[in-house]
Every structure is written in C-alpha cells, then in structure tokens.
Design a protein around this ligand. Structure first.
Ligand SMILES: *Cc1c(COP(=O)(O)O)cnc(C)c1O
Length: 390
C-alpha cells in the first residue's frame, strides 16, 4: 500500500510521530531521583491540564478502568444515581454501575440527542430526600455524535439545589470540547489516552474535585487497586499501585508539552473548526437523500465525531468498507442500536486541514464508487469553509 492509511476512527486516534519518538527509548530504573521527579511533575501538570485543585489519578487501563475507578471510589453498594441515557456508552457504564450493586434512574434518549438539562433538573427536584448521590453524564456520546452542554447541566443541578456529585465521562471530549473541572463544577472527569490526548491506548484518568475526594473517604465499596487513598500515599511508587508505565509517562509528558504550546483553548477551537468542515461536507452529501446527520439538533453535533446515519436502506457498512479497503480511510461503524445504520467520522486529536479533507475525500470517493446518491460539492464546501476561517 502506498501512502498513509487515514485513521478517522473515534478512538484510537492518530499518534503524532514526535509522541511516538518520545516513547522510543530504553526502560530505566524507576527509583532514580530523575524519574521520580518526572512523575511528580507529571501529576502536577495533569492537575493544570484538567483544571483542578483536587487530584488527578492515572491508571494503566483503558477508559473502562477509569469508569470503574470512578464508581468504586465515589459510590457505595446500595447508593442511587441519576443516569441520563445518551447511547451505547452510557448503557455500558450503567451496566457497570449495576454490577456494583448501585441502583439508578434513567432519563430516556432517542440516541440522536444530547441530554436535556431540564429533565435533569426535574428529576433532582423530585428527589427531595437527596437519595440521588451522583449524576452521571457522558459528555460526548461517541456512538451518536451528540455533545451535552455541561454548563447547562451544572446550572440545572444548582437550580434544583441538589448536592449530588457530577461525574462526567469525558473520554471522547477531553481536549476536543471545553472542560475545566473546578471552574465548571464537575466533581469527577474521566478521560483516556487514545482519543483527544493523542496517545496509545493504555492510560486513563480521573480528575477529582476536593468535594469528591472528601466523599471518597466515606465510601464503603471494596477497593484496593483502584483506591484513591492508596494512590495518594507518599511514595511516588504508589501512584500507579505498582511499577509506573514509564513509556506512557514519557509520552504523556511530551503530549502535555504539545498541548501547552498550542494552548488548550486553541486546541478546542481547532476541533470546532475541523468538525464544522466535516459537517459542511455531510450536509452536502445529505442532499442526495441517502444519508443524514444522526444528531438532529445542529447545536448538539460534537467537535469529536460526526455520526452519519442511513436514510432508507443505504448500506453504511459497505461505504465504510470501501472507504477503508479501497481508499485508505478508516471510519467508525454504527454501534449497538445503530449497528449497520451509521458510520462515524472521528475528528479528535492530532488533525489538521489536509487530514480532514483527505478523510472526507475518501468518503466522497466511496459514495461515488458505490453510486450512493449524494449531493455534489461536499469537498468544495468543506475547503471553502476552512479557507474562509483560516
Ligand atoms: C471510547 C469511549 C469509552 C471507552 O473507552 P475504552 O478506552 O475503550 O475503555 C467510554 N466512553 C466514551 C464516551 C468513549 O468514547
């Protein structure tokens, strides 16, 4: 195969060559003052990155590990939570909660929409006895492409005067949408390395407010490996409950340097702009009547992924297969209820204008190759927008 395969899956995402290079070195003695200093610096920098005066915990795990860490440190068996549905990821997280003996009440979702803050407020107002211990929000639902307005959720919780913790799955949003833990009143932000953070899979995070840290001390759930208390012990060695993933530490240090150089706000703006280019193209393709946006409300279409949904019986798997096998663009498929009904364009992390145009170009080729009815001029619409906003 000549040239590069374009990785436009919504995780994993492109790992920049300089991040790979930063990790390409021999292992070292982890007990040296130099490595301990690096670890100490890393955790200090993580607190800045996530915007919290609380703590950031890092795990040698994918996002599912950080999900579990948030549950066992913040909720006890028998606790009750409010869990607005968003799509497949909220369902999997919910099932995990159930497995820990926690009860939940759901707010329904059509898998095409963000969470409605009014419904959150209403549910909290009805809970006069404050039985609900936490509100669990998937910020960007990677299965549907919808982003929930976290500030509106925080306002809804405040308006209801409810003390529940706000726990946010930001695995697909961190580094793509604005998310400042303390300033936005979030008690626990869950993130993972392989999406907006441009890293290999295998390190995940919980950024935790002071309020949540205090709650974690009262929790009765069994925990040891995931325990925040264990991980806060004095020796740096305990921060990972065992040997630190040195290469991930070096990679992450380099990623944080890159993020500082570009600026987190500028990174969010870049994501918004590249996502809009993707949406401009999808809007034109949709004129052919064979596909449409999965997320109905334009304001709820995320910066992280665009989920494109079939109209009628358009074979979305075939489009995805041809894009990958013939034109070297890897897309995400439809998940769970959207299986076979959608493809997803990931636009998170290390991405620039020609990369998104290349990805859109591969999709355009697949539509033409398969004779899928589509509006003409999608690439021009995307390029025009990018040129106008440069
Ligand atoms: C990817 C993703 C997960 C799961 O992360 P893993 O690293 O695959 O365990 C959870 N939630 C959201 C919103 C995601 O995008």
């Amino acid at each position: 195969m000549a040239g590069r395969m374009f990785l436009q899956t919504p995780g994993p995402t492109n790992i920049p060559d300089d991040v790979l290079s930063a990790m390409h070195r021999p292992a070292e003695d982890f007990s040296t003052p130099a490595f301990i200093a690096t670890m100490t610096d890393m955790f200090a920098q993580l607190k800045v990155l996530f915007g919290t005066d609380g703590e950031v915990f890092a795990y040698i795990a994918n996002g599912h590990g950080a999900w579990e860490a948030s549950i066992v440190n913040l909720l006890s068996p028998g606790d009750h939570v409010l869990m607005p549905a968003t799509g497949r990821f909220s369902l999997v997280w919910r099932d995990m909660i159930k497995a820990f003996g926690i009860t939940y009440q759901e707010i329904d979702n059509d898998w095409r929409s963000a969470i409605d803050p009014q419904q959150v407020e209403d549910a909290l107002r009805q809970d006069a006895g404050h039985k609900i211990k936490a509100v669990l929000i998937v910020h960007v639902e990677t299965a549907t492409g919808a982003v929930t307005d976290l500030k509106a959720i925080r306002r809804a919780m405040d308006a209801a005067g409810h003390p529940a913790l706000l726990i946010v799955d930001a695995i697909a949003s961190f580094g793509c949408h604005e998310l400042k833990t303390d300033a936005m009143g979030v008690d626990c932000v869950i993130a993972a390395s392989q999406k907006g953070l441009m890293m290999p899979i295998g390190i995940s995070f919980t950024a935790v407010s002071k309020k949540a840290l205090a709650v974690s001390k009262t929790v009765t759930a069994h925990r040891e490996y995931w325990s925040w208390e264990t991980r806060m012990a004095m020796e740096t060695y305990r921060r990972f409950c065992g040997t630190a993933p040195m290469h991930m530490v070096w990679g992450l240090m380099h990623v944080m340097e890159k993020i500082r150089a570009e600026g987190l706000d500028a990174i969010v703006a870049r994501h918004a702009r590249l996502a809009e280019a993707s949406r401009r193209a999808v809007a034109v393709w949709a004129e052919g009547g064979a596909l449409e946006f999965n997320t109905i409300d334009p304001a709820a279409r995320s910066n992280s992924i665009t989920c494109v949904r079939q109209v009628g019986d358009t074979d979305m798997n075939k489009i995805r297969e041809v894009a990958r096998e013939k034109f070297n663009v890897s897309l995400g498929g439809g998940l769970a209820a959207l299986m076979g009904k959608a493809f997803r364009i990931g636009h998170m992390g290390d991405l620039n204008e020609p990369m998104i145009l290349g990805a859109l170009g591969g999709i355009d080729l697949a539509l033409k190759y398969l004779n899928v009815p589509h509006g003409k001029g999608a690439l021009d619409a995307a390029a025009t927008y990018l040129a106008e906003t440069a």
